[in-house]
Design a protein around this ligand. Structure first.
Ligand SMILES: C[S@@+](CC[C@H](N)C(=O)[O-])C[C@H]1O[C@@H](n2cnc3c(N)ncnc32)[C@H](O)[C@@H]1O
Length: 262
């Protein structure tokens, strides 16, 4: 289906989870799978009346962060698993009432490159009742018209360039319509589609520029690294000035898709 989604005012991350709770309504959460876990999603799932949860990550470091973040609320039987969705044996034969894929798709490139188009079919046998997909509409593709959009776009491309030059894999986000099309082709029907306009503030600008410093330190060509560092500081100054004068950089959106087995 061609997706029609109404723009809404963006709320903090917990607001996205609150929206999922509204979509869930009175349905029981039952057994729940956090298919791309992290401290935010597990922190939220820990507050839900689930029967049991399983949290999957592709990285040992993420597993340690998640374990520490949820330690006080973790019950016997709640599991944290390090694995890869490209491995067909991962959670084979299991089924969950509720499955969350929270910013999982955008991170796949770092763990299973070129697997994105198979992700939702891979998760399909695990989805007993409902799948919630949370994602970020790509903002590093075409150059936007607005000044705020151009700065967000340029910061994203600068960050990705630094990651690539340091030998790392940047995230690769996918459009909500791409996700709708692949969900429908993978045996789901779409129940709801929502989007939340983004307004980027100082924290975004500083975190994206700051994360480049350790990457630039690894580049052998010091002239190139120094020129990039200077470019990052110029971008930071320009973006922070606009954040202050325009009360944030309004650009793009996050989305939630709710789907059920067809
Ligand atoms: C951006 S993080 C998710 C954010 C997280 N939900 C939070 O609340 O902070 C992406 C997660 O998906 C995991 N991931 C990415 N690709 C994966 C794959 N192919 N198999 C298993 N886990 C994967 C990463 O290891 C990480 O735990």
């Amino acid at each position: 289906m061609a997706m029609t989604i109404a723009a809404q005012v963006r709320r903090p991350v917990s607001g996205l989870f609150q929206e999922i709770e509204t979509l869930q309504g009175e349905r029981p959460w039952g057994r729940m799978l956090d298919a791309g876990t992290g401290t935010h999603s597990i922190g939220w799932i820990g507050t839900l009346p689930t029967e049991q949860w399983t949290a999957v990550t592709g990285a040992d470091a993420h597993a340690v962060q998640v374990r520490d973040a949820i330690a006080r609320h973790r019950r016997e039987g709640d599991r944290i698993i390090v694995g890869n969705w490209a491995d067909s044996t991962l959670l084979a034969g299991e089924s969950y009432d509720s499955v969350l894929a929270d910013y999982l798709l955008g991170a796949i490139d770092g763990f299973a490159p070129y697997f994105q188009h198979r992700l939702f079919a891979r998760l399909r046998p695990l989805v007993g009742r409902r799948l919630y997909v949370v994602g970020l509409e790509p903002y590093v593709v075409g150059e936007p018209d607005s000044e705020a959009g151009r700065l967000v776009w340029e910061i994203g491309r600068f960050r990705d360039a630094c990651l690539l030059l340091a030998g790392e894999q940047p995230y690769r986000e996918y459009p909500s319509q791409w996700v709708v099309d692949h969900l429908e082709a993978s045996g789901y029907r779409i129940i709801a589609a929502k989007r939340f306009a983004n307004r980027y503030k100082e924290r975004f600008v500083n975190s994206q520029i700051d994360m480049c410093a350790p990457r630039l330190a690894r580049i052998a060509d010091r002239g190139l690294a120094d020129a990039l560092a200077a470019r990052g500081e110029a971008l930071r100054a320009e973006a922070l000035a606009l954040v202050a004068s325009a009360n944030g950089l309004r650009h793009g959106f996050d989305y939630i898709l709710a789907a059920e087995p067809a």
